[in-house]
Design a protein. Structure first.
Lengths: 112, 89, 117, 169, 797, 155, 505
């Protein structure tokens, strides 16, 4: 499974970089989105063994289910997702205003 | 593996294949609303896959996730349609 | 396999089947408006089947109630989604196949305000 | 609003999957707060057209309930009846169907009524409610197979709209 | 006491501001009391220095770096200190007259006092870093002095040139000194003392044998040569004549330009005598000596003429240090003093002429002897000393210099080359001096002279050049024993051993006298053809002018910098991303490739792998391709939304419901935001990139993808350590009071992260608010983009 | 003025349900999937749905909160629950729990209250961002043009 | 347990949130911000004193034992940076209050500054790699908001590059966090350091070292990752540029020191030649860029890049002396560059332009400003007795001691070019006669002069007090490379691995 995840991560990164190298601001931002997906999956893969097991929710005795997923990476990804969301919202607003100021969404026009 | 799990797993696989077909529409388009249709279908598939996974793993907590996915599918599709309409094509 | 499990698998299978049919429809139907019909199917019957099947498999009243509520949600929202998609398509100029007859909507939208007269 | 509040409390308990008094109290509290927040939306009469519902006759609770149940049964039957039809169309090797967009004149006036009609039209396969005109006089329906426009119109009006109007005029 | 001299002088700089008001000549002479007092104080130390060799005083500063304020007074420092303070006193008084009507005189005096303090610090320093500190300070203060008249472009250019050359040399010097310190440390000197002159000279033999000697010395030479205007770094000195004349007289005759000489002389006993040392110094010094003298004969501007004779003499001094030996040490001491005396007098006289006539151009002057007899007399005294005419102090210097060349321990060719340089220099001095005197004072008064009411200056002003000019004659006529007493400790310090110095006007008929006489004769002969000599075409091609070359060099550097910067910093974000991606590939990929970590990637079959998982994974690339290929904005946005949905599907399949929910919620919100923002843009993308660019980008992207895949596989395959995650599972309920471990981590175990995270959200909101609601600063937005369906169909596949 | 009766009716119905869902997701988060982030995001989705159906003006009217202040208050609220421990000489954010669970709500401790702060912040930030973007004159065409006045809901 | 370590977080968080809440009541909001910054200045000084006298201080967030919870660690390196950051922020705040312009009146300007300080302080104090990421994002987000606040075309266009290229760095950082967790199974820096030191997988850990070099290098604007800086730094108002110059890239430098000192102890030696090469290229490219500019702030911005080369050189020398020298230099440059941006900004504000061709005559008009500017130039060029001399000297000494003569020579040469391009400003703005009539322009208000002047005097004071300061930086350099001491302070006498085996069943 790690192999499949790794290939998926590679695809996400490749797609992200390709999109970011386009001239459209929109594609740039979509690339950033893909990039953050790639990173999230990467952290996920780094968990304590990627398992199909149970979600990290302990029972009433405080014991985790057998074959439980790594909770720490999940918490880290959650934090990362929310942070990148905040940043993405800012980037969107910035791109909108830049587009408005320049009158084009072509990055090559966005030069002083 | 129990027969139930095998059958459910099979159904899950069918659902994933169905999702592949939906993806084809996403690729083909040709119009933007076509892609929005594909998006809606993807979300519906996520609901289905989530539900079946819940049954397979006997994790009722996944059901709550499925509820939220359903809500989001609706919101996403409606918003998409809304802005397609405003944006023109 | 218990009876409950058989029932669960059967209901799920119906749901999956309808979803699959919808996907096939999405590929095969000639224009967007007919494809949207397929979405309606998946969004209602397909999902309903799967959800009910899963609800049965849990054999738990409260999960069942939740699932029923979710099915109701889909029945409530799927038509709104199809309506919105169709409407967006029509307003943005996605033409139905020529065989669509009658087409009472032709020219019924005001292009400026995007309102339906 | 009390009804809504009670309903929200019940939904709360369903979500909690726990039916105890404390849950009910919390549910009522949460519901109360939510209603306070969303009252503006709930009370809004969005339709610019005057609602004729004001003068409708009072329908008894039992009769109303029976009508609703009958309506649900009708819908289920309609779904089952025409689903196979759609499956046939989708899976058939040739496209031998004749789609059409049909405007259906409406008698139902209330927001809820129009919405319910649209929902019913859509979840019964073969037809999709496409849009409702701004003056609320016409609902446009996309049908998969229109052989007889008049028959379709009358089916919608007689089968669906009539039953909807029994619940929401 | 030594530290007080330096620090009090520096601290006294604000006293210069007294010159803003009040009778300026009086303030000038009043300020001169400060250097005069220092002169007296230093002179009082002569017996002690002659006896005990030195007085040392150290104030700790940054001991860890070897930086301290260490001052040492020995014969050499004393000589320099006396020259600085003595000439300084005269200059201060002179400046008060010379710049009587200059509104900025206060500032000028501040700079001048600072400079003097720095110069005193430099020559009194007992630690190379202390010396360097003041070395830099002299560069900076001299910059301010040269650029004093900064409204004139020439002044700014001259100041900048001199600063760049001397500060550049200073940097070389610093590295050289650090290398010396390091070498001393390697030779066993304790780190705290490694930078003292004493230690470096003491460890001289070890340093000379070590590998750091050659680089260190080359760097030190660079520092000394630039500061002392040795060829080919000489050109800043004539340019520095933009300074007001009092500053030129002080800096460029007597003090700053001799700092390099001072340093070389200071290091000579420990580090001198090697072929590198002697060869470099004799060659560079000798050439500069001859070259400066020859160029001086052709100059028409009095200050330029003096500048070239100055740099010539500096060359001579460098050459002497290179020659080595007893006589060279003595010659050095004598010539330093002799040159300081006559050259400061001449500079001040040049100022007087300029002041009275408004020009320094010898072609526009003439006949001044009639109007300024006093000035003419003192000029003659100073010039005769420069010419090395017997009984003047310059003659004493020249004699002993010739002796030094003849008696040098170097091989004969070096000695004869040095002798030749001396002869050429001496001849040149005579011609140049004659040229100056004749051009300014003899002949018929020129119209320029007649226009002005030219008189001898006020006595207070004339006194300043008169004293050193007179001393040029007085010292040899009766004061020679006293002078010998003064110079002997200095010569000893340079020689490294105690030596007896007995100066005399008459050594008998020896070779030196013969050479000297021949030089005077030749000079007198050539002086007759002075005009014709000057009219000869310059032997150097026009481009070889150092100052112009330097300007060309800086211009070329600026042009190159502009072109280079325009090339790399072109403003195109795409190119930056491309470079950045390439850097990423290198930074991560190269170590991975070098160490062959990729071969460690474990690819083991996963028995649990389900076919639907493979399918689900395969859908992500499909959605990515859909994103890339989408020709409409909304289409691309939808496709990206689907990618997000598929990622959350992954999270569902892999038991991360919290993640799946958050991911999906964020996905939908992002999609809505994207739609909101980009609904104003044209609906369709236009293909803007060339096929080549697309292929290049695709290759780059593929490489990144491959790298990431490899990295993930390699890392996930490593199981060297157990994770700390089980701790959270174990303690979630008992200590964290929650079943959902992820949430307990978020709000408790790592609640601090979450606090930061919501702060990010709040910050993002503030930023967005600022962006969208703060537009007063921006020009009105242009007309709504010409988009929305019609016209500009844009963007890049 | 956007005028789909169908969308509006359903969206209005969804509002209380989604808000309920959001509170639900918040409170159970400590024990089951959910928590402040998810709850807050669901609540924002509820508001955004109204925005999509009715336009931002209406969305502001139905939920007349100062979202910027809500975000700031959320941060203060969350951080405040780290202070009791600090005042008691323990590290910042150290959990303090009431000994007994509150009926209907569950165990109450500073981490849970901290999560409420997160919830408020997330609602405030996401909703405010959505409103800011949608109130851009160019960004929400449904609110401009001749039909603009009709957007105002009746009191 | 030093629970007061939380205060520099808590106070700015509350201060910023309160200032947002009090947005309409401006005096109160401003008071909240000023009080918070003043607190952090005072606290920073106190903390530094504590650290100098008593060694490292540690606190565990939420009370969980290291390495499971998040540790806060204050050592000489972090405490020094904390204090300088707060001081610069105080200067920026006062400068902004003396300035006029719509941005300074924005209700978000000061809260964003405070949040920037929060993020920076967090980064200097945290002992957890992922938590470092979080505080990095806080400061980054605040910087995004600040650099675009006001929204002129130049700001938007420059800001977009700033944001996107910085996101590259953030992403790489996050990837690094993930990978290193995958390798070592922990996030606490001390624990990571122990485990990475024990790990014998040279390829992977070197690749991760490269990744962190990329991540923090792009924050620090080393070549070839600096492109965002010169394109954006001159666009916001001068106060913002000043604080950016003081803090932003320096946090990247700090993170490089910290990560290569503690987290990847074995990799520094391997990757040091690369770092030195990059340091040299950074110095040269930055100064070349500066020479090409004709605008005050653009010149200063390119110099930031060049000076980052020096900071990185300290790391690349891979010795305690090198790190100490790097810290000394970095601190110096933080102070002096902020001062120069303040002073240059004052000129710009009064004259309405930063274009060298249009300016002139400032030496006569503003002698005090000119004096401080000249002293600032001297400091930047490393002329004694300003702080710059000691920074440069320490670096050159460390370079000579390590036998790295090439980079030492490059560093010395570049400092001459720095001087050259700074003299260009001096010549054009201060010495040159002004073409236009400058007498109509207003005088520079004292409030605009004071922050820069005080910082220049601080630079002088650092030079004069170089003895204790170099001792402090030596302590910081030694601490920054002392993994076992760090781990013992964080996890207890046995180190982190022992703590883990004690605490996990
Ligand atoms: Na978090
Ligand atoms: Na910076």
């Amino acid at each position: 499974m790690v192999l499949i995840l790794a290939i998926t991560i590679g695809c996400l990164f490749a797609g992200a970089i390709y999109l970011m190298l386009r001239r459209s601001v929109v594609k740039l931002i979509l690339g950033l989105l893909l990039l953050s997906h790639g990173v999230n999956l990467l952290i996920f893969t780094m968990g304590d063994g990627v398992r199909r097991g149970a979600p990290p929710i302990v029972d009433d005795a405080g014991l985790p289910p057998a074959n439980v997923a790594d909770p720490l990476v999940q918490a880290l990804i959650l934090t990362a997702i929310v942070i990148s969301f905040g940043i993405m919202a800012f980037v969107l607003a910035l791109a909108y205003r830049a587009n408005q100021a320049v009158g084009s969404d072509d990055l090559d026009d966005m030069i002083e | 593996m129990s027969l139930f799990a095998t059958l459910m797993g099979g159904l899950l696989a069918v659902l994933v294949i169905s999702l592949v077909l939906t993806m084809a529409r996403l690729l083909i388009g040709p119009s933007i609303p076509d892609r929005a249709v594909a998006f809606d279908m993807v979300m519906i598939h996520v609901v289905g896959i989530g539900a079946i996974t819940a049954a397979l793993t006997d994790e009722s907590i996944l059901i709550d996730a499925v509820i939220v996915v359903a809500v989001l599918g609706f919101l996403g599709t409606v918003a998409l349609a809304r802005y397609i309409e405003e944006g023109g094509s | 396999m218990t009876l409950i499990e058989i029932l669960a698998v059967a209901l799920t299978a119906v749901g999956v089947l309808f979803t699959l049919i919808s996907s096939v429809g999405i590929i095969r139907m000639p224009d967007l408006y007919t494809r949207v019909h397929a979405v309606g199917k998946a969004g209602t019957l397909g999902v309903a089947g799967v959800l009910l099947g899963v609800a049965v498999s849990f054999a738990d009243l409260l999960t069942g109630v939740k699932m029923l509520a979710l099915v109701a949600f889909f029945f409530l929202t799927a038509p709104v989604a199809t309506h919105m998609l169709d409407r967006a398509a029509f307003i943005t100029g996605v033409r139905p196949i020529p065989a669509t007859r009658p087409n009472d909507l032709e020219g019924a939208y005001d292009r400026e305000s995007k309102r339906l007269r | 609003m009390l009804v809504l509040n009670l309903m929200l409390a019940i939904v709360w308990m369903v979500l909690q999957t726990s039916f105890t008094w404390p849950d009910f109290v919390v549910g009522m509290g949460v519901g109360f707060a939510i209603i306070g927040l969303s009252e503006g939306a709930l009370r809004w009469q969005g339709s610019p057209a005057p609602s004729p519902a004001a003068g409708r006759a009072h329908v008894g609770y039992v009769a109303f309930t029976l009508r609703v149940l009958g309506f649900i049964w009708f819908v289920i039957v309609a779904i089952v009846r025409s689903n196979l039809e759609v499956a046939r169309i989708v899976l058939s090797p040739r496209h031998d169907f004749r789609p059409g967009i049909v405007g259906v004149p409406l008698d139902v006036r209330s927001d809820a009524g129009i919405t319910l009609l649209a929902i019913v039209v859509t979840i019964t396969p073969g037809t999709v409610a496409l849009d409702v005109s701004s003056d609320r006089q016409t609902m446009y329906i996309h049908a998969m197979d229109v052989r007889d426009v008049a028959a379709l119109r009358s089916e919608i009006k007689d089968e669906f709209e009539r039953r909807v109007m029994e619940i929401f005029p | 006491m030594l530290a007080s001299i330096v620090l009090i002088t520096l601290a006294a700089a604000p006293l210069g501001l007294l010159a803003r008001r009040g009778p300026r000549p009086l303030v000038g002479w009043g300020l001169a009391l400060l250097p005069a007092a220092i002169f007296a104080l230093l002179l009082s130390q002569l017996p002690a220095v002659a006896g005990e060799a030195h007085i040392t005083q150290a104030i700790p500063w940054a001991p860890a770096m070897g930086v301290e304020l260490r001052f040492t007074l020995d014969g050499l420092s004393l000589l320099f200190g006396l020259v600085i303070s003595g000439i300084g006193a005269l200059i201060f008084g002179y400046a008060g007259h010379y710049m009587q009507s200059d509104p900025g005189l206060g500032r000028f005096f501040v700079y001048l006092i600072l400079f003097m303090g720095a110069m005193l610090g430099l020559v009194l320093a007992g630690n190379v870093l202390t010396m360097f500190l003041f070395w830099e300070l002299t560069s900076v203060t001299s910059y301010l002095l040269i650029g004093y008249k900064h409204d004139y472009p020439d002044a700014r250019r001259g100041a900048q040139q001199s600063l760049l050359i001397t500060a550049g040399g200073g940097l070389a010097l610093l590295v050289g000194l650090l290398l010396l310190g390091e070498a001393a440390r390697r030779a066993g000197v304790p780190p705290g003392e490694a930078y003292t002159f004493e230690a470096i000279i003491g460890a001289g033999e070890a340093i000379k044998a070590g590998p750091l000697y050659a680089p260190a010395m080359i760097l030190v030479f660079l520092g000394a040569f630039t500061k002392s205007a040795q060829f080919p770094f000489h050109f800043w000195l004539p340019g520095a004549m933009q300074a007001p004349t009092p500053a030129s007289a002080f800096l460029h005759s007597a003090t700053m330009v001799k700092a390099g000489i001072y340093l070389l002389a200071r290091l000579a006993p420990g580090l001198g005598g090697t072929p590198l040392w002697s060869g470099t110094l004799v060659l560079v010094g000798g050439f500069t000596f001859a070259f400066g003298a020859l160029v001086a004969t052709r100059k028409l501007d009095i200050k330029a003429l003096l500048a070239y004779t100055t740099l010539s003499m500096l060359g001579g001094l460098v050459m002497l240090i290179g020659l080595g030996g007893k006589y060279a040490a003595e010659a050095l001491a004598v010539n330093i003093l002799a040159h300081a005396l006559y050259k400061s007098a001449l500079f001040m006289i040049a100022g007087i002429i300029d002041h009275e006539t408004g020009t320094r151009d010898l072609n526009r002057l003439g006949g001044l002897r009639r109007f300024m007899p006093g000035t003419a007399a003192f000029t003659a005294l100073a010039l005769l000393s420069q010419m090395g005419i017997p009984v003047f102090f310059g003659f004493v210097g020249k004699e002993i210099m010739i002796e030094a060349a003849l008696q040098s321990p170097l091989d004969a060719p070096w000695r004869y080359a040095a002798l030749a340089a001396i002869v050429v220099g001496a001849v040149g001095y005579i011609v140049a001096a004659w040229r100056l005197f004749k051009g300014a004072f003899l002949g018929q008064p020129s119209p320029d002279v007649l226009q002005h009411h030219v008189f001898d200056p006020h006595l207070g002003m004339l006194a300043a050049p008169a004293v050193p000019a007179a001393l040029s004659l007085l010292l040899p006529l009766g004061l020679l024993p006293l002078v010998s007493q003064l110079l002997a400790p200095a010569a000893s310090a340079v020689y490294g051993k105690e030596l007896e110095l007995e100066l005399a006007l008459w050594h008998g008929l020896n070779v030196a006298l013969g050479v000297s006489a021949a030089a005077i004769l030749g000079g007198a002969l050539l002086a007759r053809f002075e005009r014709r000599l000057a009219a000869l075409p310059s032997p150097l091609p026009a481009w070889a002018d150092g100052a112009r070359l330097f300007d060309r060099l800086t211009d070329a550097m600026l042009a190159g910098a502009t072109a280079f910067t325009a090339a790399i910093q072109a403003g195109q974000l795409r190119r930056y991303i491309l470079y950045t991606t390439a850097a990423f590939l290198c930074a991560v990929g190269i170590p991975l490739a070098i160490y062959g970590a990729a071969s460690a990637i474990p690819i083991t079959p996963d028995p649990q792998l389900q076919p639907y998982e493979v399918f689900a994974a395969a859908l992500i690339p499909v959605a990515i391709v859909a994103t890339i290929r989408a020709r409409s904005r909304v289409g691309a946005i939808i496709a990206v939304g689907v990618v997000g949905a598929m990622v959350s599907l992954f999270f569902i399949l892999f038991s991360a419901p919290d993640l799946a929910l958050t991911q999906l919620l964020i996905e939908v919100l992002s999609t809505v935001f994207l739609l909101l923002v980009f609904s104003v843009l044209p609906a369709r993308f236009e293909i803007l990139s060339s096929p080549w660019a697309r292929a290049r980008d695709a290759a780059m992207a593929a490489l990144v993808g491959l790298l990431m895949t490899g990295l993930v596989l390699a890392t996930a395959g490593s199981d060297a350590f157990g994770s700390i995650a089980p701790y959270f599972l174990e303690n979630s309920l008992e200590k964290g009071k929650g079943h959902n471990v992820v949430n307990v981590i978020l709000v408790d175990f790592r609640g601090f992260d979450t606090l930061g995270e919501i702060t990010v959200l709040l910050t993002a909101l503030l930023g967005i608010y600022g962006l969208l609601r703060m537009r007063r600063a921006s020009p009105p937005p242009p007309a709504p983009s010409p988009s929305r369906g019609e016209g500009g169909q844009k963007e890049g596949a | 003025m956007y005028d789909s009766v169908i969308l509006r009716s359903v969206s209005r119905l969804m509002l209380p349900i989604l808000l309920l869902l959001s509170v639900f997701m918040l409170l159970r988060g400590h024990n089951l999937p959910g928590g402040g982030f998810i709850g807050g995001l669901v609540a924002s989705c509820a508001v955004i749905l109204q925005m999509v159906a009715f336009g931002p003006t209406f969305a502001r009217r139905v939920l007349p909160a100062n979202y910027l202040a809500m975000a700031a208050v959320g941060v203060i609220f969350a951080a405040s629950w780290g202070l009791p421990a600090l005042l008691g000489g323990q590290p910042f954010l150290t959990a303090l729990w009431l000994p007994e669970p509150i009926p209907g709500v569950g165990k109450i401790g500073t981490p849970v209250l901290f999560d409420v702060g997160v919830f408020l912040t997330v609602i405030g930030v996401t909703t405010q961002i959505a409103l800011l973007l949608s109130e851009e004159p160019l960004l929400f065409p449904m609110e401009r043009g001749p039909a603009r006045d009709e957007g105002a809901p009746r009191a | 347990m030093a629970n007061h370590l939380f205060l520099p977080f808590i106070v700015p968080i509350f201060g910023a949130a309160l200032a947002v809440l009090l947005g309409q009541r401006r005096p109160l909001a401003r008071a909240a911000v000023l009080a918070s910054v003043l607190f952090n200045v005072g606290y920073g000084g106190w903390l530094l004193w504590l650290v100098i006298s008593g060694g490292r201080l540690v606190a565990q967030a939420s009370g969980w034992p290291a390495p499971f919870g998040i540790s806060l660690v204050a050592d000489a390196l972090g405490a020094t940076m904390l204090l300088v950051a707060a001081l610069l922020m105080l200067g920026t705040l006062l400068y902004g209050r003396a300035s006029t312009g719509p941005i300074y009146d924005s209700p978000f300007y000061e809260p964003l500054l405070l949040l920037l300080l929060l993020g920076v302080s967090g980064a200097f104090l945290t002992g957890d790699l992922f938590n470092l990421y979080v505080w990095f994002e806080v400061l980054l987000m605040a910087s995004f908001g600040l650099i675009t606040l006001g929204g002129t075309r130049a700001q938007l266009v420059g800001g977009l590059k700033y944001v996107v290229l910085n996101l590259f760095g953030s992403t790489a950082f996050l990837i690094g966090c993930g990978l290193i967790y995958g390798l070592a199974g922990t996030l606490n820096m001390a624990h990571l350091g122990e485990r990475m030191a024990a790990l014998r997988q040279p390829g992977l850990s070197t690749a991760i070292a490269g990744l962190f070099l990329f991540a923090f290098g792009s924050k620090a604007a080393i070549a070839p990752l600096f492109f965002w800086l010169p394109d954006s730094y001159h666009t916001p108002p001068p106060a913002v540029t000043a604080i950016f110059s003081g803090l932003m890239t320096k946090v990247g430098v700090y993170a490089l020191y910290r990560v290569f000192g503690i987290v990847l102890p074995g990799e520094l030696a391997l990757i040091a030649p690369l770092i030195l090469a990059l340091a040299g290229v950074t110095m040269v490219v930055g100064v070349i860029g500066a020479m090409a500019q004709m605008n005050i702030r653009r010149i200063l911005s390119f110099h930031i890049v060049s000076q980052i080369g020096y900071s990185i050189m300290g790391l690349g020398l891979a010795s305690a002396a090198g790190l100490a020298a790097g810290l000394l230099f970095t601190t110096h440059v933080m102070i002096v560059k902020a001062a120069l941006f303040f002073l240059g900004g004052a000129v710009e504000q009064v004259a309405g332009t930063g274009d060298l061709k249009k300016l002139g005559g400032m030496a006569r008009r503003e002698p005090a400003l000119a004096t401080f500017w000249f002293l600032g130039i001297l400091s930047l060029a490393g002329i004694p007795p300003m702080s710059g001399f000691f920074g440069k000297l320490a670096l050159l000494q460390a370079g000579v001691a390590q036998g790295q003569l090439l980079i030492t020579g490059v560093a010395a040469g570049v400092s001459l070019l720095t001087f050259f391009s700074m003299l260009k400003i001096w010549n054009e703005v201060f010495w040159k006669k002004s073409y236009e009539d400058m007498s109509k322009l207003p005088r520079v208000p004292l409030g605009l002069l004071l922050p820069g002047a005080l910082l220049v005097l601080l630079s002088l004071a650092i030079g004069v007090g170089a003895g204790p300061i170099s001792a402090l930086s030596a302590q910081a350099g030694a601490q920054a490379l002392d993994l076992s001491g760090y781990a013992q302070a964080v996890c207890g006498a046995g180190g982190c691995e022992a703590a883990v085996s004690d605490l996990m069943k």
